[in-house]
Design a protein around this ligand. Structure first.
Ligand code: DHB
Ligand code: FE
Length: 284
């Protein structure tokens, strides 16, 4: 049986990827950001899954405003990094897992979530920046990745509750796979940030940290938080945080306490508050 053994949460600020690619890790500004991932780079060496279900949002790089699926699963065996305006990032292509993705699609759709299935797709900073902060410079990413895109850029976007429920369905789907796979699930995006308008630059440290506390302790209650609160308190792009609920709902049974291996919060990276958590499933 496949099993989810851990979940990882991280902001996916594109400038973090650019800073890494341009080797600015040692600069005062970026040092403080990358310091938060030093533990993670060690942890991943000892805790390497076969496959990561990576929940992220495309920022109109693969999709555009002519077509934005609410939930879309990457079915291919390979995904190239998008060109976001300065050429694709110099990182490896992402290897998928077609057999496992097909099983997930089948099971999750049977449970009532009509995923869009993407047989060709490119992946943007929402997916590649989390891989970089966890794995650093590699010739080949050390895990297979199944991308799960969530629309958080064009309203109406899915509710926290819908994301939580999708996470529960993904857990069932993983556990009904008959191969012994070690699976991690990642939630990316957030934390507070607003990129445009009079409130551009908004950061809300108190709200972000309460979100982290609630995500760890009571995600079921957190799932009830309405969109308007994310946007009012964490900025227009703070809504990306609903994606973390998918990963959190999938990682253990309701009411079970995850093991908090790592927690990091830092302001700023570009316009964003960086949040990062590593939670392991309780050992049974
Ligand atoms: C920034 C953050 C994001 O999450 C994003 O998708 C784009 C830009 C930023 O802070 O610059
Ligand atoms: Fe984003």
């Amino acid at each position: 049986m496949a099993k989810i053994t851990a979940s990882v949460y991280t902001s996916h600020v594109p400038a973090i990827g650019v800073a890494w690619d341009l080797k600015k890790q040692g600069e005062d500004y970026w040092k403080l950001v990358f310091a938060g991932y030093e533990y993670s780079k060690e942890w991943q060496k000892e805790n390497r899954p076969d496959v990561v279900i990576l929940v992220y949002n495309d920022h109109t790089n693969n999709f555009d405003f002519s077509l934005i699926p609410t939930f879309a699963l990457g079915m291919n065996h390979e995904f190239r990094p998008s060109d976001e305006g300065w050429g694709p990032r110099p990182v490896p292509n992402v290897e998928g897992d077609q057999k496992f993705a097909s099983h997930l699609a089948h099971s999750v759709i049977e449970q009532g979530f009509d995923l869009t299935l993407c047989y060709e797709m490119e992946v943007d900073h929402g997916l590649t920046v989390p891989l970089t902060v966890m794995f650093g410079d590699v010739e080949k990413w050390p895990v297979k990745v199944i991308p799960l895109h969530v629309n958080v850029v064009q309203y109406p976007v899915p509710s926290g509750q819908r994301c939580y429920d999708l996470g529960r369905a993904i857990r069932k789907a993983v556990e009904s796979y008959d191969e012994d796979l070690n699976v991690h699930i990642w939630g990316t995006g957030g934390m507070s940030h607003q990129l445009q308008g009079p409130r551009a630059g908004l950061i809300n440290k108190e709200w972000d940290n309460q979100f982290l506390d609630d995500l760890i302790a009571d995600p079921k209650e957190l799932a009830k938080k309405p969109h308007i609160e994310y946007v009012r308190e964490a900025g227009s792009e703070g809504i990306e945080l609903v994606m973390w609920l998918i990963a959190r709902a999938a990682m253990c049974e309701e009411g079970e306490e995850p093991v908090v291996k790592h927690r990091f919060y830092h302001v700023p990276a570009s316009n964003t508050a960086v949040g990062h958590l590593i939670l392991e499933a309780p050992k049974k």
